[in-house]
Design a protein around this ligand. Structure first.
Ligand SMILES: [Zn+2]
Ligand SMILES: [Zn+2]
Length: 321
């Protein structure tokens, strides 16, 4: 019998991803869990039902490991902390982001607006995004009373152990769990079968280089030679090395593409770069994520000496170097 199981939790109508998997590993007379789903009653009830189907009771939760701070992964952690005595493990880089949200939650959507407006994104577009974000405020509050988790940490389970692999890029503190015994890699949002989960830059990660980190994480996981990567969304990846190589290639091509655009067009704003270099978006929120990704690419290119920021009277623009 496998010592791990997954439970599918709903993400509601608003999310394009539809659901998220949490993973349950047998340990002594209880279980360890990776991730906690969205902080909604629907998701909580699905978790209880899923545990029951597997023959577990919630009170037998020994440890809760959170892969990263996104609300579809850490949402229920505070509720579970109150209901059980299980410690919650989270990487310090992402705990700092949750602390930031706690401190700035009231003004956060406004901060987002000002942040991207400073890169020349039109104010009316950012106002729409900010008003959408107000609806998510309550969901942004994740666990901050957590135990630090680091690369190389070990969690014993019934049939061996899981090793923590710090895989930043999607977020600065993103961790995955490697099960060396079976070469299974529980990758959370590290790698998905049909999209590119590199992270972006937001007001709460303003100094971050997500693309640079992500490229390093891809190489790091490739070197572990996992046989299968099980993500938290969608289907398992049965040929992980191929998918990792595709991701690296995609990003390198994108960097070249942006570089060529900048070379040809001269000074461009973030919005102009995103319009020219990325696929069209279908909602305010997906445009918001696109802007963050575009900024992530620009940070990488600046650090690699391929581009630089230029300030005109009002905005920050970019040009090739
Ligand atoms: Zn995520
Ligand atoms: Zn996710």
């Amino acid at each position: 019998m496998t010592t791990w199981k997954s439970i599918k939790l709903p993400l509601g109508d608003k999310s394009y991803l539809q659901d998220v998997y949490v993973f349950v590993f047998k340990k002594d007379d209880g279980f360890i869990m990776l991730d906690a789903g969205l902080n909604t009653n629907e998701s909580f009830n699905a978790l209880l039902a899923g545990l029951k189907d597997l023959g577990y009771e919630l009170r037998k939760l020994k440890k809760l490991i959170i892969s990263h701070y996104h609300l579809d992964h850490c949402g229920l952690a505070v509720r579970l902390q109150k209901l059980t005595s299980a410690p919650v493990y989270l990487h310090e880089n992402d705990r700092k982001i949750l602390l930031f949200f706690k401190e700035h939650i009231e003004g956060y959507p406004e901060k987002v607006k000002d942040f991207y407006c400073s890169y020349g994104v039109p104010e009316n577009i950012m106002k729409n995004i900010a008003s959408e974000l107000y609806g998510y405020k309550a969901l942004l509050l994740g666990p901050t009373e957590t135990v630090h988790i680091n690369d190389g940490d070990i969690f014993e389970i019934e049939d061996g152990y899981l090793r923590v692999v710090h895989t930043p890029g999607h977020t600065p503190g993103h961790i995955s769990l490697f099960y060396p015994e079976k070469k299974i890699f529980f990758g959370a949002d590290f790698l998905l079968p049909d999209e590119w989960p590199h992270g972006g830059i937001y007001p709460h990660t303003a100094g971050y280089n997500p693309i640079g980190d992500y490229l390093k994480s891809l190489e790091k996981v490739k070197a572990l030679e996992p046989e299968i990567i099980i993500p938290s969304h969608k289907e398992p990846i049965y040929d992980p090395v191929k998918r990792i190589e595709e991701s690296i290639l995609f990003m390198k091509k994108k960097i070249e593409e942006i570089y060529d655009i900048l070379k040809k067009k001269g000074h461009l704003s973030l919005a102009q770069i995103c319009d020219m270099a990325f696929k069209v978006y279908d909602s305010s929120l997906s445009y918001f994520f696109l802007l963050s990704v575009g900024l992530g690419y620009m940070r990488y290119m600046i650090e690699e000496g391929l581009a630089e920021e230029v300030r005109d009277n009002k905005f920050i623009l970019f040009r090739a170097k």
